[in-house]
Design a protein around this ligand. Structure first.
Ligand SMILES: Cc1ncc(C[n+]2csc(CCOP(=O)(O)OP(=O)(O)O)c2C)c(N)n1
Ligand code: SF4
Ligand SMILES: [Mg+2]
Length: 244
C-alpha cells in the first residue's frame, strides 16, 4: 500500500490535550511541516505561549522556551539578536498577542525585529474559560459577554494585523484561516513564506494570523465552528495579504 499522508518528524508522536475540533492541532502540524520542508529543525527556536497552546513544546520537536503571557515578541527579540543564525518564531493566541502583549508585538514590529510570529486568532481567551478577547466580534456570546459583545462599553474587535501592516518594520503580514482545505493550504504557504523571509535574512518582522476554531467556548460543534469562521469571523477579519 502507498503511504499518502504521514506525521512530519517535527510533530511529536503523542496525543495532544486539545479539545476535539480545536485549530491549534492543525496549526501545529503546519508549523512542523514548514520547519521540516525548509530543513531548519536543528536551528529553529520557538517561543511557546500562555494559553491553550502552552504545551506546544511537548508537541513540536524543536528547542522551545516558555515565556510569560504576552512577552513572546520581547523574548524572541533577545533570542534573535543574540543568535542571529537561528530561526526564531513565536506562537501566540489572541489573548496573548492582542490583549496583554499588545505593546510587545507593536514595538517588535516597529523595530523591525527579524522574527516570525504565528498569531492564532480564535476570538476568545480559550484556556481561562472562553472570556471576551479584544478580537471577539460584535454580538459574539462569551462567558463575559453573555448578551453578546457590544461596542459600547466593550469596544470593537481589534484588527491587530491591519495595525501592524501599517508599520514599515513589519515586512510581511497575512491573514489566513483553518476553516477549509483551501484555507489550510494557503495558511501553510503563508507560514512557509514567513519563515523563508527570516531564513533569507530579510530585515523585518513577518506575521501570519490564523483564524482558528475554538468549538468548546464558541459552544458549537467542530463543523459549525468552521462555518462560523467563514460566515462571521472573516467579515471582521478579512483574509489575505496585508503587507509584503
Ligand atoms: C500575566 C498573566 N495574566 C493572565 C494569565 C491568565 N491567562 C492564562 S491563558 C490566558 C488567555 C489565553 O488566551 P489566548 O492567548 O487567546 O489563547 P487561547 O487559549 O485562546 O489559545 C490568560 C488570561 C496569565 N497566565 N498570566
Ligand atoms: S478551549 Fe478552545 S482553544 Fe482551547 S483547546 Fe479547547 S477548543 Fe482549543
Ligand atoms: Mg484565543
Amino acid at each position: 500500500m502507498k503511504t499518502v499522508f504521514k506525521r512530519t518528524p517535527t510533530l511529536k508522536d503523542c496525543i495532544t490535550h486539545y479539545c476535539p475540533g480545536c485549530g491549534h492541532g492543525i496549526a501545529h502540524r503546519l508549523v512542523a511541516e514548514t520547519i521540516d520542508e525548509l530543513g531548519i529543525r536543528g536551528r529553529t527556536i520557538g517561543i511557546a505561549p500562555v494559553g491553550c497552546a502552552v504545551l506546544a513544546y511537548d508537541y513540536l520537536d524543536v528547542d522551545m522556551v516558555e515565556v510569560a503571557h504576552g512577552r513572546a515578541p520581547a523574548v524572541a527579540t533577545g533570542m534573535k539578536r543574540t543568535n542571529p543564525d537561528k530561526i526564531i518564531f513565536s506562537y501566540q493566541g489572541d489573548g496573548d498577542l492582542a490583549a496583554i502583549g499588545t505593546a510587545e508585538i507593536i514595538h517588535a514590529a516597529h523595530r523591525g525585529e527579524q522574527i516570525t510570529v504565528i498569531f492564532i486568532n480564535n476570538a476568545v481567551f480559550g484556556m481561562t474559560g472562553g472570556q471576551m478577547a479584544p478580537t471577539t466580534v460584535i454580538g459574539q456570546v462569551t462567558t463575559t459577554t453573555q448578551k453578546g459583545r457590544k461596542a459600547t462599553g466593550q469596544g470593537y474587535p481589534l484588527q491587530v494585523s491591519e495595525l501592524l501592516a501599517a508599520l514599515p518594520g513589519a515586512i510581511y503580514v497575512e491573514r489566513c484561516t483553518l476553516s477549509s482545505v483551501a484555507g489550510v493550504r494557503k495558511a501553510k504557504k503563508a507560514l512557509k513564506h514567513a519563515f523563508e523571509l527570516q531564513l533569507e535574512g530579510a530585515e523585518g518582522l513577518s506575521l501570519v494570523e490564523v483564524l482558528s476554531p475554538c468549538p468548546t467556548y464558541w459552544r458549537m460543534t467542530p463543523v459549525k465552528a468552521m462555518e462560523w469562521i467563514e460566515k462571521e469571523m472573516t467579515k471582521v477579519f478579512p483574509l489575505g495579504r496585508l503587507r509584503g
